[in-house]
Design a protein around this ligand. Structure first.
Ligand code: ANZ
Ligand code: ZN
Length: 654
């Protein structure tokens, strides 16, 4: 699709930058290398060569002089350079946070590598482990990223909606509840300050630092800590699901409702998430369904504070929370107000009495970029016992990933044990120190490659600012909808960082976005051999297909996105050998509108082939006649009817 746009624009006289490059670091390459008993570098460079030759055979109008591979030090050194600038500004920082951890494999797992709570590789349960990790402070730009969602008219509405929801801005209040013991308080974030009088208990995330403190020395301590340990094995995103079983335990402590003094038992509960708001939830069972289910399960008090106009609620017989609007009851001086007005009035009251304040919460979290994996760009810092974290001096960049290192058993990164890599002198004090062995998330590389394409050879910096000023932003970006959130949001963030560094002068990298459909094909499975590649399927007798290996009749399954795991893929080279590039390209363009999924069909390809042949034969058959014909550019009115019809048909065809 991109090639069509590029050729069209070129024919219309535009200068078109139409590049190709390789987003080459990361887990897929590493895992494929492990599976194929080879090295990620070898695997990657071999794949690049194969794919380059395939793309060349397809005749795309790429500017191959601009080819970039993100796993080359010439590329990632600039990413390391920007990391150091971000570190200076506090936009790159280190904090302890929870990761999926597999003990047998001694490695961190991405969410996608955790299957039903178990390690995808060894099948043993995964636990949440606290590790020091590097982050990019994308939340610094949350407000701006959200605001500019309104200024992307060239993007599909569904992608903008997904970005908005991901950033997830909620307005509400932070309210503080003093502990009954008098030693401290619990802060909560709520979007419903109108319901404070109905808050009957408190829930803290199991990871909340107050939890061990509150139960210490109490009879509940053992049970609470066992619960915390058990919940640490639950998937954090599952815990947020409405359908997930809600559970909790009483810590033994109480806090006080700041508006009516009610004693509220403090629980720790799995549905309270440390990563949102303050990690504490004031629970209002009458008006929040999660809190309601929790209260019924543990026999906790339900107090109605918002009364619906038509039918009064009875806390004893309610079967679900009431989340609609109504008039305030059981709320002291605020009784009788519509709850929407009480919201404002109560926050005013809290602010006046220094019990809380208006605030905004974002769902967006800072971007964890640490990977305890080998095949990625090294994070350019050094750890020194005396000086702490010391940035690698700019003059020592790039920190080159040692490409000769072999992966260890279970895919573990060799870096922490590779003395030649790890051992360095501290740039600050000169004593022996250790190099950071985490590598960067590959989404960092894909957050600025479009700028690199503008001056791919630039050795003076990430890019030549004049080239970027000339070419960027990208006029037409094309990609799969699977990038609707992560890649597109990270790129928007990174562009803002570059703008604040004074390196470029815009914040939105992509003016128009097309999310193209996926190429899909039916799956074929043999009862004996599982999914089959098309080349392993034989046309059986009486039209039915069979397995080429065992001859059994095969099962034709659903039409799904092409993927190697399902084997419903077509090797471009077989098509190119049989039909050539024109047919292959024509089929891809005509099979479906660009945004729609495309169902691969042999008949469709064949149809394109026959069409092109007809055009060819027509032209060839009439070649002599056409050669000797004089061009006609007179007025059509004077033509005889037959020629007039021919002229009309010619233009229609064009
Ligand atoms: C009391 C309340 C009463 C709430 C009510 C809702 C309804 P959104 O809209 O997604 O921003 N909450 C706050 N922090 C939380 C955490 N760390 N983990 C789990 N839940 C948390 O959600 C805001 C609401 O989510 C907040 O408002 C809080 O519950 C809960 F009738 O406070 B609410
Ligand atoms: Zn494992």
């Amino acid at each position: 699709i991109g090639d069509v746009v590029a050729r069209y624009k070129r024919m219309r006289g535009f200068n078109v930058l139409h590049p190709m490059g390789w987003d080459a670091f990361g887990m897929p390459a590493e895992n494929a290398a492990i599976a194929n008993k080879t090295h990620p570098a070898r695997w990657t460079y071999a794949n690049i060569d194969t794919m380059r030759s395939q793309l060349k055979r397809l005749g795309f109008s790429y500017d191959w002089q601009r080819e970039v591979a993100t796993c080359r030090p010439e590329y990632y050194r600039w990413e390391q350079w920007l990391f150091l600038r971000m570190y200076e500004k506090g936009l790159a920082f280190r904090k302890e946070s929870y990761v999926n951890w597999c003990d047998p494999c001694q490695t961190v797992l991405a969410n996608e590598q955790v299957e039903a709570g178990a390690c995808w590789r060894c099948g043993k349960p995964v636990r949440q482990k606290k590790l020091w990790q590097w982050f990019f402070r994308i939340t610094h730009y949350a407000e701006d990223l959200l605001a500019h969602c309104d200024q992307l008219p060239g993007w599909p509405e569904k992608v903008i909606t997904m970005q908005r929801n991901w950033i997830g801005r909620s307005t509400g209040a932070e309210i503080r509840f003093p502990l009954e013991s008098g030693r401290g308080e619990i802060a909560v974030f709520t979007t419903r300050p109108d319901t404070v009088f109905g808050a009957t208990f408190m829930c803290l995330a199991p990871e909340h630092p107050l939890v061990p403190e509150l139960c210490r020395g109490r009879p509940q301590e053992e049970e609470v800590m066992a619960f915390v340990e058990r919940i640490s094995h639950q998937d954090r995103s599952d815990r947020a699901l409405e359908s997930y079983e809600k559970e909790g335990v009483f810590t033994g402590a109480y806090c006080l409702n700041p508006l009516n003094g009610r004693r509220m038992p403090v629980f720790t509960a799995n549905f309270a998430l440390m990563a949102y708001g303050t990690g504490g939830v004031m629970s209002v069972p009458a008006h929040d369904q999660r809190d309601f289910e929790f209260a019924r399960k543990y026999g906790l008090e339900v107090v109605v504070v918002v009364m619906p106009p038509e039918r009064p609620l009875n806390p004893g017989t309610m079967t679900e929370a009431y989340t609609g609007e109504g008039r305030m009851v059981n709320s002291g001086a605020f009784d009788g107000l519509p709850n929407t007005r009480a919201k404002e009035a109560i926050v005013d009251h809290l602010e006046k009495n220094a019990l809380g304040r208006r605030t905004v919460s974002f769902r967006l979290r800072d971007w964890g970029i640490s990977r305890q994996r080998y095949w990625g760009a090294p994070i350019p810092v050094i750890h020194c016992d005396r000086c702490g974290v010391v940035p690698v001096p700019e003059s020592q960049l790039p920190v080159v990933l040692p490409e000769e290192a072999d992966l260890l058993a279970g895919g573990r990164s060799p870096l922490p044990e590779l003395e030649s890599f790890v051992r360095v002198d501290c740039p600050a004090c000169g004593r022996p120190a250790r190099r950071e062995t985490d590598t960067m998330d590959t989404f960092v590389e894909s957050s600025w490659y479009f700028e690199r394409f503008c001056s791919p050879e630039c050795g003076q910096g990430m890019f030549d600012p004049a080239a970027v000023a000339y070419w960027m932003p990208v006029d037409q970006y094309i990609g799969g909808v699977e990038h609707a959130i992560l890649h597109l949001l990270y790129s928007r963030f990174y562009t803002r960082v570059l703008q604040d560094e004074g390196l470029l002068d815009f914040k939105e990298p992509f003016t128009r976005l097309l999310t193209q459909g996926m190429v899909c094909k039916e799956t074929v499975a043999c009862p004996e051999h599982g999914f089959l590649f098309p080349s392993d399927v034989a046309p059986g007798s009486s039209g039915a297909q069979s397995c080429a290996r065992c001859g059994r009749p095969v099962q034709v399954g659903r039409v799904e996105k092409m993927s190697k795991s399902k084997r419903n893929v077509i090797d471009p080279n077989t098509l190119l050998d049989r039909y050539g590039a024109d047919t292959t390209r024509l089929f891809c363009l005509f099979a479906a509108p660009p945004e729609k999924d495309l169902e691969w069909s042999e008949q469709g390809v064949d149809g394109s082939f026959r069409f092109l042949n007809r055009v060819w034969r027509l032209a060839a058959d009439w070649m002599d006649a056409v050669h000797s014909a004089a061009p006609y550019d007179g007025p059509p009115e004077v033509l005889e009817e037959g020629l007039k019809a021919l002229l009309r048909k010619t233009h229609l065809t064009i």
